[in-house]
Ligand binder design. Sequence first.
Ligand SMILES: CC(=O)N[C@H]1[C@@H](OP(=O)(O)OP(=O)(O)OC[C@H]2O[C@@H](n3ccc(=O)[nH]c3=O)[C@H](O)[C@@H]2O)O[C@H](CO)[C@@H](O)[C@@H]1O[C@H](C)C(=O)N[C@@H](C)C(=O)N[C@H](CCC(=O)O)C(=O)O
Ligand SMILES: Nc1ncnc2c1ncn2[C@@H]1O[C@H](COP(=O)(O)OP(=O)(O)OP(=O)(O)O)[C@@H](O)[C@H]1O
Ligand SMILES: N[C@H](CCC[C@H](N)C(=O)O)C(=O)O
Ligand SMILES: [Mg+2]
Length: 498
Amino acid sequence: MLLSTLIKDIKIEYIHGENDPEIKGIAYDSRKVQPGYVFVAVEGFKTDGHIFLERAVKAGAVALVLEKDVPVPEGVTVVRVKQSRPALALLAASLYRHPSGKLEMIGVTGTNGKTTTTSLIDAIYRGAGIKTGLIGTIANRVGDRTVAVSHTTPESADLQALLGEMAGEGVGAVVMEVSSHALALKRVAGVEYDVAVFTNLTRDHLDFHRDMDDYLAVKAALFSGLGSGSKGQRKFAVINADDPRAGEIIAVTGVPVVTYGIRSKADITAGDIEIASGGVSFTARGKETEIRLNLKLTGMFNVYNALAAYSLGVVRGFSPERIKASLEGVDGVAGRFEAVRKGQDFTVIVDYAHTPDGLENILQTAREITRGRLITVFGCGGDRDRQKRPMMGEIAVRLSDLAIVTSDNPRTEDPLRIIEDIKEGIHQMPGGASYDVEPDRRAAIKKAIFGAKSGDVVVIAGKGHEDYQIIGDTRHHFDDREEAARFIEDRMQKGPLS
Ligand SMILES: CC(=O)N[C@H]1[C@@H](OP(=O)(O)OP(=O)(O)OC[C@H]2O[C@@H](n3ccc(=O)[nH]c3=O)[C@H](O)[C@@H]2O)O[C@H](CO)[C@@H](O)[C@@H]1O[C@H](C)C(=O)N[C@@H](C)C(=O)N[C@H](CCC(=O)O)C(=O)O
Ligand SMILES: Nc1ncnc2c1ncn2[C@@H]1O[C@H](COP(=O)(O)OP(=O)(O)OP(=O)(O)O)[C@@H](O)[C@H]1O
Ligand SMILES: N[C@H](CCC[C@H](N)C(=O)O)C(=O)O
Ligand SMILES: [Mg+2]
């Protein structure tokens, strides 16, 4: 595509250079530039793309998109824009010929439940015989082909390339997680959504967003952006009426809204809820429909996730019976309340709860299936929201019989410093509280498993499906499920600690 065609839809401050080169690709990272590419320089949080212009041109960039007036190498065409991130997104959408316009696009946002809810929605579409694309934390999938992930929501240029592949391979519907980082950093600018789902808003990422209002405003952008577009598909939003901020999301949504809930008045509600260790059952009731759903996922929060998916399915026009069959066929989601079973007489659960609300939910659910003691192993990620640490400490200790505080992904922070932040919340608890500290996650898991007695439940929270631990800038192989399985087998041979 000629540069002049590519930039047709973006607002430009000025252009320098006579050439109108043929553009073969787009890169936001100088290390990924190939001959014939346009390089878009982004000012980031760690470094600045404008530092790497020489490198990009050496690697073959024929055009540069900049948001700053900086010296540039000779011989390339320079396109100056106001903001590079939205420009990057819109240029990529153009280059891949607006793939989201050819696909039914479903975006799911909210603090918790995105991965689970997208898996459930995906199952409904597949069950209806539609080829799907899935984009999210655990994996990206094009039909049955899995593509590696680096983010929950990919960077705009990678996202548009992926959507392009999906459109080219006959995908009908794309179900994707839309993180607040993605919305704030314009990764999804230029994506035309048909349906947006709001799961909930609780505390997280306040290292990145100014405050909860800012966090909400960012999430709300997915809903206010729903009105535009020209696919002719029926657009609607699916919103959790029980969330205290639901009204604010509804207020900015320019398309019909279907609400779901358990406590509040909603279009579709869940009643007669039964929670067991093997799964939840509930009756989903709409104006004209009523159906009993028996899921293999458990926990009250999964009633919400399933109800969101069910509501979407009904409004989309799938039959409640068909939706029921699809939802009931989902065995579980990797690393979400995933049991590690090696024939032991106590329960071990690996879960991705990494926010105060997630942890509270998971421990309440675990308590309901605990006959003995509830033992929790958890930590908090480094280089992420610090204020959630004491809150998670308090929750873990309050809701467990024994909490073992350990490391999550320390990243570039001192693991002991992170643990100190967690302990602050514990020490403020009235009457004090007993807990254990074991900074080495492997040793903490071992301690929990060797300490468990018959009927106990061990919850290992925070890392779920992750098969790595990030210490400094290095990713080491580490999988809570593997570690737990190994120690359970060990313990069954050697016996518990006395
Ligand atoms: C805070 C955040 O999201 N940062 C993202 C952002 O980084 P940044 O803007 O700071 O980039 P930077 O490192 O300063 O570099 C600036 C520019 O120079 C470029 N560069 C850099 C080096 C070089 O040699 N050449 C070069 O051109 C970079 O490619 C970049 O375009 O843009 C980068 C490129 O897309 C992302 O990789 C990076 O994600 C970081 C690694 C990250 O950890 N993000 C997490 C927090 C995140 O996005 N999480 C959400 C899920 C959260 C949730 O809801 O739970 C997600 O969607 O995954
Ligand atoms: N609807 C929900 N409400 C509250 N907590 C939930 C809900 N669904 C799941 N959780 C908890 O949050 C954890 C993460 O769930 P899930 O992966 O579905 O969320 P997510 O929004 O995709 O997370 P991330 O932002 O990290 O990608 C689960 O392991 C569970 O403990
Ligand atoms: N998407 C979340 C994942 C957190 C997972 C937890 N294991 C951690 O590293 O903090 C984030 O990037 O904040
Ligand atoms: Mg997710």
